[in-house]
Write a protein that binds this ligand. Structure first.
Ligand SMILES: Cc1cc2nc3c(=O)[nH]c(=O)nc-3n(C[C@H](O)[C@H](O)[C@H](O)COP(=O)(O)OP(=O)(O)OC[C@H]3O[C@@H](n4cnc5c(N)ncnc54)[C@H](O)[C@@H]3O)c2cc1C
Length: 443
């Protein structure tokens, strides 16, 4: 599918539905109205086997600050048949230069779509012991490496799940923050969730999924509780019988389904605005039917360290993040996504109420401490907010090359100054441009 900027997740989904397409897109948990190109150039991710977005794009068209138009891969050859299906083309591959950079505006991009599998089955599991995370990751890694698990499986902590289900329990905590200890455990019991909660899906023929299910069961035996599988038929039945089931068992299955369904849909590439509600976590009024976190003063900071797919790293990064965030008075909503065969993208979010005086500053202090602490321990975020560009500092040769490229492509520094480079600078004067070009010095 070849798209231009401004095409949203919801539009692509509707386009495929309207045509009765047998192709699935990959969706993020961000708003259905967010941009496909914007997310791909930020190297964002979703949930299906095509979850690593930039890895599933090719044939970019870019307008440079000079006004020149560059096409990547084989796209630069008029009439090239392989342009939309083969990324590298011939010669240096330039695509990466236009992700997370201010080198040009991407005006066209081919995004690969996934043929709908013959059979799809989601799985869910949980574990009550926080220390179970390490063994879980070590059990799942071989399955990701050998292709049993092909998608971006997801493990979320209790805070992440609770904030997806409801708002901060102001009454139970009598206004105390953060939520922790006995009250947190009580919430887990009440909502029937674990310290860690996994979800993912199996895609393939019926026989492939059956075998993958067997291998998953074997790998998680004794490491995760309540490994459950769900397909379209089971979901339909559960929805139909939720009410009578609640009358018999007392378990509010409808409520569980309300949470399960959006996650289930995301694993099939169906966009949802459900996760947006979690930005209202610390608000004292419920999310409105037309959510607008910015309008409603919902604060959200998140960082995204990438860690090796190894139990020790998963344990360390989540422990560091949990302790630090709680010490700052916020709840760490954490997820780990098996984004590639070998790496986990860990997302740590802290939601806060911007209408509380001083909360912006407190949350910002927590966010910056978190970035620093994680970096000191070798865990760096794969994308950064505009005011976190100092985290780009690393090898000076890398920075210097980046600056020379920027000076050459955008000598007047007009495009996203300072974004993914040195700290934000002013547009350059003519002598500064010349100096930067000849000596490779900074913004
Ligand atoms: C509740 C919630 C859940 C989220 N879940 C996810 C998730 O699951 N996965 C995920 O990846 N993110 C997630 N996000 C983060 C974010 O909202 C998304 O990444 C979203 O896709 C950003 O879309 P946008 O339209 O706001 O992009 P923008 O903010 O417009 O763009 C993102 C970046 O790309 C650059 N850019 C945009 N268009 C172009 C272009 N044409 N050429 C060059 N550069 C360009 C912009 O300068 C900007 O730096 C989530 C956010 C929230 C609040």
């Amino acid at each position: 599918m070849t798209v231009e900027p401004g095409v949203t997740q919801a539009q692509l989904y509707r386009f495929l539905q309207d045509r009765g397409s047998n192709l699935w897109m990959d969706a993020t948990g961000a708003s259905p109205h967010s941009s496909l190109v914007g997310n791909a150039v930020e190297r964002g991710f979703g949930h299906t086997p095509y979850g690593d977005h930039f890895a599933h794009t090719c044939g970019l068209e870019i307008v440079l600050p000079s006004g020149e138009v560059v096409e990547t891969g084989f796209s630069r050859f008029p009439g090239s048949k392989a342009a939309p299906v083969y990324r590298w083309g011939v010669g240096p591959a330039l695509d990466g230069l236009f992700s997370q950079s201010g080198f040009g505006v991407v005006t066209r991009m081919t995004i690969w779509l996934m043929p709908a599998p013959e059979y799809f089955q989601a799985y869910y599991f949980r574990c009550s012991d926080a220390a179970a995370l390490g063994p879980l990751i070590d059990a799942l890694r071989p399955l990701r490496l050998n292709g049993t698990i092909r998608s971006a499986s997801h493990i979320a902590n209790d805070y992440k799940v609770i904030s997806a289900l409801e708002q901060y329990p102001w009454r139970e905590t009598e206004g105390e923050t953060p939520l922790r200890g006995g009250l947190l455990e009580a919430k887990r019991r009440q909502l029937k969730i674990g310290a860690w909660n996994g979800s993912g899906a199996l895609y393939g023929t019926k026989a492939q999924v059956k075998e993958a299910r067997r291998l998953l069961r074997r790998a998680l035996a004794g490491k995760a509780a309540r490994l459950q599988f769900l397909d379209d038929r089971m979901l339909r039945l559960a929805s139909r019988f939720a009410k009578p089931y609640q009358m018999i068992s007392g378990w509010n299955l409808e409520r569980t389904l309300a949470v399960l369904k959006p996650v289930y849909g995301l694993m099939k590439g169906i966009p949802t605005d459900h996760p947006l509600a979690s930005t209202y976590w610390r608000k004292r009024t419920p999310p409105p039917s037309r959510m607008d976190p910015d309008r409603d003063g919902c604060g959200l900071f998140w960082c995204s360290p990438v860690v090796p797919s190894d139990g020790r790293d998963a344990m360390l990064v989540t422990r560091l993040a949990t302790d630090l965030t709680l010490d700052h008075g916020f709840e760490p909503a954490i997820s780990l996504t098996m984004i590639t065969d070998r790496a986990l993208a860990c997302i740590i979010s802290l939601a806060f109420d911007r209408d509380v005086p001083g909360e912006d500053e407190r949350a910002a202090a927590c966010y910056h401490d978190l970035l620093d602490k994680l970096a000191q321990n070798g865990y760096h975020s794969y994308r950064l907010s505009v005011d976190a560009m100092r985290a780009m500092n690393g090898s000076s040769a890398y920075t210097s090359l980046l600056e020379r490229l920027k000076a050459s492509v955008d000598p007047r520094n007009i495009l996203a100054p300072g974004r993914y480079s040195a700290p934000v600078g002013e547009p350059r004067s003519e002598p500064e441009q010349a100096r930067a070009l000849t000596r490779g010095v900074g913004l």
